[in-house]
Design a protein. Structure first.
Length: 91
């Protein structure tokens, strides 16, 4: 995954956390069969866990490096330079 993925997950985690907090602390409804407050707590915990995971993804993505390899070939008409540029995206 790259840095953009980490930032997107972080935004989604904040949305989950906000919705979960609203359902947990601001909604006072009694229903039979399921509890809206329990669903809010589950979303809040999932948002916190996802936020921590996205911080880890952002931290791993910050070690990105670009490697440039220059290769010079002698040709009958002079010299030729070839540049090979690679990004270290294995995360």
């Amino acid at each position: 995954m790259n840095r953009g993925t980490g930032a997107g997950l972080m935004a989604f985690a904040v949305v989950l956390g906000v919705v979960g907090a609203i359902l947990e602390f601001a909604v006072t409804v009694t229903t039979s069969g399921f509890s809206i407050n329990t669903i809010g707590m589950i979303l809040l915990i999932a948002g916190i866990v996802l936020f921590v995971m996205s911080l880890g993804i952002l931290a791993m993505g910050s070690g990105r490096r670009t490697t440039i390899h220059e290769d010079v070939h002698r040709t009958p008409g002079g010299s030729e330079r070839i540049y090979d540029e690679r990004d270290n995206l294995s995360a």
